[in-house]
Design a protein around this ligand. Structure first.
Ligand code: IVH
Length: 688
């Protein structure tokens, strides 16, 4: 029987091993309950034998007594910054400078094979977090500090202990003394969860994962940090010469760190020459939005440590490394106006008109404010300076107001203070009453198809690629057709002729002929497209396909009652009610009849029996990060098989598919006894 000291040492090793497997390798090794049991046992021993507490005990990860202030830490080796490259030319010039400095250019000018004279670079993401330094003595984490001004930072050791991916003790044979350098950041999903909690608690939300990470690390009360799901990735060490085993390459050094249990980027690579750098930049740029955390560029470092030494430093940045930045996804600009757009279903969306700003690779002049509650919560007003974000192909949005920059009314300015935003009470386009059910975030114009804005949007939807797909029937044209009362319903599109089009702007004879041909071509369509094109509230493309498959023909669908509709896998009470309501509206029935009279047709068949799939009608909740599937891909797999994906776990949930970092949803599933699947089990179910 081992004594408490041996048992505690054993438990520490076990717990940290499982921690590493869970947080760093993303491959949990034991069930959470078993982990909790080990943890409690260790806590227990340490309470009974305080003399057995150690600096590297995983029990220190829960945080400790709040500090009155952070102590200062002088960095033995300063924490420098990187020079930036923004263009291909900058990168080519960087590579040229490196080659010149190490004497590789001679070969090229003598006409030798360029490939043999390329520099190898260790490349990796540029983490968008906070730089920190971790000091390990005899493999034990003893001190962690922020960058500060580069020479002196703040001692945030207690807080860093709570970061699960930071090893409290290095594994393998680490050197007697080493300072690991890297970044603390927050995964996007953890950021979303944190903000949801902040919102619920009525607390201020964080603007982005970086700010959330910074705010969480600079807490005097480390228990707050412990509750915040921070991560750490290393990108190097303070002094490579202190590393035993003396690596000769940056890539080797990174592998050593990984071997000691320090998390490093999975995306790190070794590439050759400027071409290799630019190719890596392009590839990571494409992956950027799919990564679990924000990156703001890539970092290139000469792989040879000897050459790094030769290249050295200029002022405060190394000459052997450079950060190649991606276009920023966030920028500051000012709000010139807040307008309200009316969508296809009458939904009102407040939109900020912005002073043009270059963000996410394009010039942005509008950003969505989502809905009235959002505008109020963020308190966006005309004249405000705001942070706009455009990530990937997502619609630009206003993230937050920079409160300090709000124009103030004072003795020296005549700017009147802008009032908080409020939606109009009548539709800005048609004047109809605005309705906002108490339990909904969305306010709607009640004008229906009498509202020109709704009519335009309905027509655009009707003609859109995934609906009837009428080429050439775009924004500008629909605008004119509706404003001039030429087209009132989708059926009118099919009776357009050359005479109707003749007087329109930008409509030469040739374009008119093309448009009429495009319209004619689409008289033949499919039932699924037709149903989708109708624009029934809550009926998206997937539901339209299901309905078409199940009902086979339009008349049976139009005659179906709510209970019959709910037999369709994707259709619940809300969708069923919208469908019934749509077909109960005489105007809609009339338009359908006119469309048919105008020759719009599709192959009609018999209703099909429901296809039996084990997923059909089942509700899934996805949580955490799955090892291979993205959330979108998993969702698609479920929906294709007639299952539904819900946002939260309830008694109605059939399955929870959980990946790493699954949080409260997983706990809830356990409480309610919902079946929990990992990715492998999920894929088995899909294949069955
Ligand atoms: S190497 C001598 N690699 O970017 C400095 N830095 O703009 C060597 N950063 O303060 C830094 N990701 O905190 C390096 N993969 C990466 C990085 C990285 C983020 C930060 C770093 C530095 C800042 C410079």
């Amino acid at each position: 029987m081992p004594g408490p000291a041996e048992r505690a040492a054993f438990l520490r090793g076990e717990i940290e091993h499982h921690n590493h497997a869970y947080y760093v390798l993303d491959a949990p090794t034991i069930p959470d309950a078993a982990y909790d049991a080990l943890f409690r046992e260790l806590q227990d021993i340490e309470t009974r034998h305080p003399e057995l507490c150690t600096a590297d005990s995983p029990t220190t990860r829960v945080g400790g007594k709040p500090l009155p202030q952070f102590a200062q830490v002088a960095h033995a080796v300063p924490m420098l910054s990187l020079n930036n490259a923004f263009t291909e030319e900058d990168v080519v010039a960087f590579d040229r400078r490196c080659r010149e400095a190490v004497g590789l250019n001679a070969g090229l000018t003598e006409g030798l094979n360029a490939d043999q004279h390329e520099i190898d670079y260790a490349v990796e993401p540029k983490f968008d977090g906070l730089a920190i330094s971790l000091r390990y003595e005899d493999g034990v984490f003893v001190q962690g500090a922020t960058r500060g001004d580069g020479s002196t930072g703040e001692d945030v050791t207690q807080n860093l202990r709570t970061v699960r991916t930071i090893p409290l003790r290095l594994t393998g044979r680490p050197p007697a003394l080493i300072e690991v350098r890297g970044e603390v950041l927050m995964f996007r999903q953890d950021f979303e969860n944190l903000n949801a909690r902040q919102r619920q608690a009525g607390e201020k939300e964080f603007v982005n994962p970086r700010n959330a990470a910074a705010g969480s690390l600079r807490q005097l009360d480390s228990r707050v940090t412990a509750a915040r799901s921070l991560r750490f990735f290393a990108y190097g060490v303070a002094d490579t010469t202190t590393v035993s085993l003396a690596p000769t390459f940056q890539g080797e050094l990174m592998q050593l760190l990984a071997d000691w249990g320090v998390p490093v980027a999975n995306e790190r690579e070794i590439v050759s020459g400027a071409r290799g750098l630019l190719d890596y930049y392009r590839r990571l740029g494409e992956m950027r939005d799919r990564m679990p955390y924000d990156i703001d560029g890539v970092v290139y470092k000469v792989d040879s440590l000897a050459w790094q030494g030769k290249l050295g430093f200029v002022s405060r940045a190394p000459r052997f490394a450079i950060a190649h930045k991606f276009p920023a996804q966030e920028a500051l600009t000012t709000v010139e106006a807040i307008e309200v757009q009316v969508g296809r279903t009458g939904a009102l969306t407040p939109v900020a008109r912005l002073a043009p700003v270059f963000v996410g690779g394009v010039t942005v002049t509008n950003a969505t404010l989502h809905n009235e509650d959002e505008v109020r919560r963020k308190d966006v007003r005309v004249g405000d300076t705001v942070i706009v974000r455009r990530a990937g192909d997502v619609i630009p949005e206003v993230v937050a107001v920079v409160a300090e920059r709000r124009p103030r009314r004072d003795l020296f300015s005549d700017d009147a203070l802008q009032p908080p935003f409020a939606l109009p009470t009548t539709c800005p386009v048609c004047g109809a009453v605005i309705e906002k059910p108490a339990d909904e975030a969305i306010a709607r114009c009640t004008g229906g198809l009498f509202c020109p804005a709704q009519r335009k949007q309905s027509l655009l939807h009707f003609a859109s690629r995934r609906a009837l797909d009428i080429e050439g029937l775009g924004d500008k044209l629909v605008e004119q057709l509706v404003d001039q009362d030429i087209v009132k319903t989708p059926a009118d599109v099919f009776v357009l002729d050359a005479a109707c089009l003749a007087n329109l702007d930008r409509m030469a004879e040739k374009s008119a002929t093309n448009l009429l041909a495009a319209i004619d071509k689409r008289r033949a369509t499919t039932l699924a497209r037709f149903i989708f094109a109708l624009g029934i509230r809550n009926v998206g493309e997937a539901t339209a396909k299901d309905l078409a498959r199940q009902f086979g023909n339009l008349d049976t669908l139009m005659a179906a009652d709510e209970s019959r509709l709910q037999q369709v896998p994707d259709v619940g009470p809300v969708v069923a009610a919208s469908i019934v309501r749509f077909f109960a509206e005489p105007h809609n029935v009339a338009v359908i009849a006119q469309l048919r009279a105008a020759g719009v047709h599709w192959p009609e068949g018999e209703p099909s029996a429901a296809v039996a799939s084990p997923l059909s009608g089942k509700t899934f909740v996805l949580t955490g990060t799955l090892p291979t599937l993205t959330r979108e891909a998993a969702k698609e797999l479920i929906e294709e098989r007639g299952g539904k994906v819900a946002g939260s776990v309830s008694k109605k949930t059939d399955f929870v598919v959980a990946g790493s970092e699954a949080g409260s949803k997983l706990d809830k599933a356990r409480q309610l006894g919902v079946t929990i699947l990992d990715e492998t089990q999920f894929l088995e179910l899909i294949r069955s």
